[in-house]
Design a protein around this ligand. Structure first.
Ligand SMILES: CSC[C@H]1O[C@H](OP(=O)(O)O)[C@H](O)[C@@H]1O
Length: 367
């Protein structure tokens, strides 16, 4: 995507040093655009756990480069195992992290040590390029859903939660990819952007992305979505996901389940956009089998933003003696999902439809 006319991916290799991995520091957006460079495994691991980079596909792609940097420093088996373990421990919910690490492990495990760094570097680059193509395909399939609602001269109002845009992936995004394509096709599309407390990925990241691309949008409090759906203001919802089970249960940012309930109660189609690398074929029951990340209470008790004097400030919004809980994700049962928008097309959120869309995985599970 472009930032003020310049094309960007959310992760890239520095043009002056092929062993410097560059990212956009998402903890600084929308107030500043900072693009730190990483040259070590530990820098990458911190960037994922502290959410300088975030979003399931981007977490996986970044971890892949973390393995490559580790192999450059020490291509031994012990180093490879330690890198995989360190990166796997950064965040528990997004399955793309494990998917990418398993892919790196399978490529490198039997690879000659002297060539491991280059092989890892190449595989990480391939993961990034594939993610861009995958998300572009998700956009094309999701665009059809928007086109069917874009009756002549009528604005299409879409609600999204958290950030599943291009900065949550290598490029294009998942939930936002169809929206970008609809906008670029001249469809009058407007997005209700859930602020998405506590880290405000919607207010700070989705609003920033959409604004940079010129997409009409309105930031709303997380609690306003149901009200808008009740009054017919929302034509459909499209969200991203961090893990979908083989039966179609969806883990996504906290608050997604509540939006899915409101959507079902008001007859609003509720779609989830995802690359197949987000499907966890090993589990079926999301509520019992998807680990939900519990993040620091300070993310709930404080808010960071730009003060009126222009400085960046973090303020408490909860009395210091009050406890706070911070589950970062919830699970939306498949029965509340209208459809899954994947790189191969749109399918129902159930085991049969997913097996038909991705038979190679169903056969592997059956074996
Ligand atoms: C395209 S995956 C986006 C997905 O990831 C976000 O979680 P986080 O910001 O904690 O990495 C959120 O669940 C988004 O829907």
């Amino acid at each position: 995507m472009k930032i003020d006319g310049t094309a960007f991916r959310s992760i890239w290799i520095d043009e002056t040093d092929r062993w410097s991995v560059r990212i956009i520091d998402q903890t600084k957006l929308p107030w500043a655009i900072e693009m730190p460079r990483f040259t070590t495994l530990d820098q990458v691991a911190h960037a994922i756990s502290a959410m300088l980079v975030r979003g399931a596909p981007l977490i996986g792609a970044t971890a892949a480069y973390g393995v490559a940097l580790a192999m450059r420093a020490d291509p031994s088996d012990a180093s490879l195992d330690a890198a995989i373990e360190t990166l796997a421990a950064t965040r528990p919910t997004a399955i793309n992290l494990r998917w990418a690490l398993a892919r790196m492990q399978s490529v490198l495990h039997d690879h000659p040590k002297a060539e491991r760094a280059e092989a890892a570097y190449g595989e990480a680059a391939a993961i990034c390029d594939e993610d861009v193509a995958t998300n572009r395909a998700i956009g094309r399939h999701g665009l059809k859903l928007i086109e069917t609602r874009a009756r002549a001269g009528r604005r299409v109002n879409i609600l999204t939660h958290c950030n599943a845009g291009w900065i949550a992936t290598v490029d294009w995004g998942t939930a936002l990819a169809p929206i970008y394509m609809a906008h670029d096709a001249g469809i009058d599309v407007h997005v209700f952007v859930d602020e998405t407390r506590p880290r405000n990925q919607g207010a700070s990241l989705t609003a920033w992305e959409l604004g940079k691309h010129g997409v009409a949008h309105t930031v709303i409090a997380d609690n306003a979505g149901g009200h808008l759906m009740q009054r017919g203001a929302v034509d459909m919802a499209i969200v991203g996901t961090d893990r979908v089970t083989s039966a179609g249960d969806v883990a996504n940012k906290i608050g997604t389940y509540l939006k899915a309930l409101a959507a079902r109660d008001n007859g609003v189609p509720f779609y989830v956009a995802l690359p197949s690398s987000t499907i966890d074929w090993a589990i079926a029951d999301g509520l019992s089998d998807i680990p939900i990340e519990e993040r620091a209470a300070t993310e709930v008790t404080t808010v960071t933003g730009r003060a009126l004097d222009g400085s960046i400030a973090t303020v408490r919004v909860v009395p210091k003696d009050s406890n706070a809980a911070n589950p970062a994700f919830d699970v939306t049962p498949a029965r509340l999902v209208s459809g899954l928008i994947t790189e191969r097309g749109i399918c129902a959120a159930n085991a049969h439809a997913l097996a038909a869309m991705f038979p190679e995985h169903a056969q592997r599970r059956a074996a």
